[in-house]
Every structure is written in C-alpha cells, then in structure tokens.
Design a protein around this ligand. Sequence first.
Ligand code: AMP
Ligand code: GLY
Length: 434
Amino acid sequence: MNVLLIGNGAREHAIAKAIARSKTKPTLFSYMKAKNPGIAELSSDVKIGSYTDLPGIVEYAKAQQADFVVIGPEDPLNNGVVDVLEKEGIQCVGPKKELAQLETSKSFTRNLMKKYDIEGCPDFKVFTRIEGIKDYMDSLPGVVVKPDGLTGGKGVKVQGDHFQTIDEALDYCKEVLEKHSSVIVEEKLEGEEFSLQCFTDGKTVVDSPPAQDHKRAFVDDKGPNTGGMGSYTDADHLLPFLKKEHVEKAHEITIAVAEAIKSETGEQYKGVMYGGWIITRDGVKLIEYNARLGDPEAMNVLPIMTSDYVELCQAIVDGTLENYQISFDKKATVCKYAVPEGYPTDPVRDEKVSLGEVSDAEVFYASVDQKEDGLYMSGSRAIAFVGVGASLDEAEKKAQAALSAVSGKVFFREDIGTKKLIQKRIDHMKALFG
Ligand code: AMP
Ligand code: GLY
C-alpha cells in the first residue's frame, strides 16, 4: 500500500508516525512545502513543493502510485487538491473544496446549520456591507467579529478580549470587508471550550477523545492568540470540566451537519470534522468547524490511538467506517510547544534549537529547518513535546521535562496541563453554572 501525506507541520508528523506504525506496513510518501525532518525520516521519498501547485501534486501522487492521499492542513483543501486528485481516480482523506467550506467559510457553516435547523449555533448574522451592523450589534449582549475566510486562526476578534466598544467593532468590520466578501457578527458566548476531532466517511462519524487547546501565548492565558501553545486529553476520555453528555451532544450535531452537507452538495464528506465547542449555560454551542485535525490536538490523540490509522483512512475512502472499531488507550496526554522568542508577533528566525533529554516524551517537529549543523527555527511553532501517562499529572511532567531540556531562544507555557490551570477551568464552569 502506498500512502501520500501532504503537509509539513507537527500535526503531519503525528499522522506520519501513525501511518508508519500501521500493521498494513504501508510505504509513506510525503509532499511538503518545507522539509520536516521527522516526516522525512519516515518517508520513502519526499517532494518539496507549493500547496498551490495542484498539477505538481497530482503528478507526484501518480508517480508514486498512491492508493490514497491524506491531506493534513487546510490550505491544500481550500485550493481544491481533493477535486483534482479524485478527478484522476486517486482517493483522498479530506473533503473536496466545496465541502471544505465547513472550515474555509464561516458563513457557509452557520447558514447550513440554520437552514437544516441544527442546534448549537449562537445568534449570528452575515453582512456584506457595513449598513445594519451597528443595529444588530446593539441587540447583542456581547459581540464577536469573524472574517469570512481563512485567517490562520488569527482573524476572530472578541469583545472584552480584543476590543471593548461597538465603535471599535465597527472599525474592525470595515477593515474585514476591505479584504473579505463578508463578515460574520455573532453573539459572544461564555464558557469553557473543547475540541472534538471526528472522522467521517460522510455517513458514520467516529470521535477521538476530546481535547482542550490553549490559544494565548503566555502563562495564565495572557498575551496574543497563537496557533495553539499546547493541549491535553484525560485518561477517561473526558476532561475535568466536561461531561459525557456534552461530548454526545457535539457528536450528534456533527452527524447532523455531515448529513446536511450531503443534502446540500450531493457529496459525501470524507475526512475530519473537528469541532471547536463551548459549553455555555444554554448548552453546547459550536464555535467553528475545521476540515482537518487540530494542531496541537492531533498530537494528543494520534499517539494513543490503538486501532490502525491506515485502516481508518481506508474505511473513510471506501465508505465503510461503520465497520471500523476506533479505539484509544485510556491514558492522559499533555502536548506543549516550544516556540521562538517573540512568537507570534515578532519571532526570532534562523535561530538554532537543540533537543535535550527527551526520554519519556514524544517529539513532533513543526516549523524547523534541518541544516548540516543542526535544527533552525523558521519563526512559527517549532517543536511539540507530548507526555503520555496514567494521569494528567504524570503526562504533564513528562512533557515539561523534555521541554525544559531544550536549548535555544524559545519559550513555552509551563502551566498547560498543570493542576492549577485545570482547577481554574473547573472553577470557571462552577461560577457559570452556579
Ligand atoms: P475561531 O477562529 O472561530 O475558532 O475563533 C477563535 C477563538 O475566538 C475561539 O477559540 C474562541 O475562543 C473565540 N470565539 C469565537 N467565536 C466566539 C463566540 N461566539 N463567543 C465567544 N468566543 C468566541
Ligand atoms: N488547535 C487549533 C487548530 O488546529 O485550529
């Protein structure tokens, strides 16, 4: 079996490891825009190229006789890589461009859920002009402004966090409308967030354990938003503040959304439906969907997946997911990123980074460049470390020990996965629910 993986981040390094340990013994080929040393080591061949070079990707997939292609990041999905590969008869784990709008167009997803009467949507409106926005904002208790398009997780602005007044919100809407065709204004939700990464063949939806990401750059959830500084999952496959019924609700909504996409487009969604959810006083609500695994959350769930990842991919492309038993070790995981000093606003670049003693942690390379004399950071999140243990405490200590041994101009969040921060989440929920 020949598997082609597209992507060059830590998430794809985690996917590559999961493919490499499959009992089907596949041959892995990789297409990346920059050479990730971890993925390269596991691959029989590597092609470096742009994610916009669709003919180049098709040519490489054909030359390697790929049985299927796994697409890691959202950019190639947004470029329509699945459409061109499937036209050539090459199957993909990842949705076609129209279906990937689940992530790439926030208005598509919100409108779809509204049209099919699916619960879990906050109050929202989509605007193409500035007229009418102020009146709508005045009717909401708090507002969130979202550009309608891909922004690398950095375009959403929340009242109280990124701006205070309605005038500031309106200024941001104007800015957004200069670059994007529309802007979504929605009700600000209050609660704790969790990520549920689901796999689907368009009919059946299977979950991985829920995770919680940490978007803010600095300890105690301070500082600017990032791509995600770290994340954790718990041994019982819930989270300390999360109940089974919350996960069941998110799962149920995801099934309804998969069905709605089929009705709307006539096509089955194949790949990952990763929901960012928030538990509010009014129940579980959807923040957004992504059409790919989370980064960092993929590094939590893939290392503890005990069912076969390649068989999972095969079931997704064949449409036989209902016969696949997904399973995960009952272990806790903590993932933490080492990122370059100054990240995300003004990161140092081309600085050397070296691993220390990593004995009990797993290492996933992200934005690093392997040169003759070692690893160099290229400006984004550099290396992720994952601890796996019987408890969150044990998993956290393993990740932290490896992280503390890194040398170079890096920083990380010591607090992710610690008792103190998790207690803060529990207290937040208690305060909300009384
Ligand atoms: P998104 O890019 O849609 O995931 O949004 C980024 C972050 O903004 C989320 O992780 C939330 O913390 C926050 N956010 C998005 N939508 C809302 C909302 N309606 N209410 C409160 N916070 C939100
Ligand atoms: N964990 C955030 C993301 O993957 O979008």
